[in-house]
Ligand binder design. Structure first.
Ligand code: AMP
Length: 249
């Protein structure tokens, strides 16, 4: 079985993002970029499934600019077998990405697609669900555990108030949540090897997909600063403030 893992190049999670002066978007010039953290978890899970003998090949795919090849090479250095760069300079959106991924799935015929549950730049949390709909496949979102048994995938999902386990008929879509695993670091020799690997280069048109933006961002703002806290002298004063000032009681 092949596992397909879509990986997105986003601003590194450790960078403090700044909004452009004109409020049009987040500043990306000279900012460190990295693989979306949930996608690292998805790659790690695919590698663990392969190590457990449940998969033969891991294909990673990224839809984005030429520089997204660095993200693909990180995945190759972690242990993915093959990488596809679907090149576009458009700002990618979940529906366009899902349409490209459907084309990749049709061409590669994976038994499982593991995506991140969300990209930390647009926070959409939509691509996996849209891909499942386009393919007519079962989906297990927010996975904290995946067990493959024959043609079934048992996925434990993090839902409000607890854990839910669902059984999916494969081929299926799974989206990775934070507690699925702890991704490995790529070793230096593997990073060097990944640099030399050939990537498959494609375009959205090769998959018959249109990735032109359908949304327009009207405004981007920094989050408002937090108000300073106050110290109260007694429980009675605290209750009074919660009741009469904060209005939460
Ligand atoms: P989103 O729906 O944008 O929050 O993204 C959810 C997941 O879809 C990500 O964690 C990735 O696995 C995948 N994804 C989104 N955009 C891309 C992209 N441009 N290239 C590859 N994978 C993507």
């Amino acid at each position: 079985m092949k596992i397909l893992v879509p990986v997105k190049r986003v601003v590194d999670a450790n960078v403090k993002v700044r909004v452009k002066a004109d409020g049009s978007a987040v500043e990306l010039a000279n900012v460190k970029m990295a693989m979306n953290p949930f996608d690292e978890i998805a790659v790690e899970e695919a590698i663990r499934l392969k190590e457990a003998g449940k998969a033969e090949e891991i294909i990673v795919v990224s839809i984005g600019p030429q520089q997204a090849q660095e993200t693909l090479r990180t995945a190759l250095a972690m242990g993915a077998d093959r990488a596809i760069l679907v090149k576009t300079d458009e700002q990618t959106e979940p529906l366009g990405v899902a349409k490209v991924l459907k084309g990749v799935v049709d061409a590669e015929q994976p038994g499982l697609v593991i995506l991140g549950k969300q990209a930390i730049d647009d926070d959409s949390n939509q691509t996996g669900q849209m891909l499942a709909a386009l393919l007519g496949w079962a989906q297990g979102t927010f996975a904290s555990k995946i067990v493959l048994e024959g043609d079934k995938a048992k996925v434990t999902r993090e839902v409000d108030g607890g854990l839910q386990t669902v059984e999916l008929r494969m081929p299926a879509i799974v989206t990775a949540d934070l507690r699925l695993n702890q991704p490995r670091y790529a070793s230096l020799p593997n990073i060097m090897k990944a640099k030399k690997k050939q990537l498959d280069e494609k375009t959205p048109a090769d998959y018959g997909a249109d990735v032109k933006p359908r949304l327009k961002v009207i405004k981007t703002e920094e989050p408002g600063g937090r108000k300073a806290g106050v110290k109260v002298k007694s429980v009675a004063e605290l209750v009074d403030k919660l009741k009469n000032e904060a209005g939460v009681l």
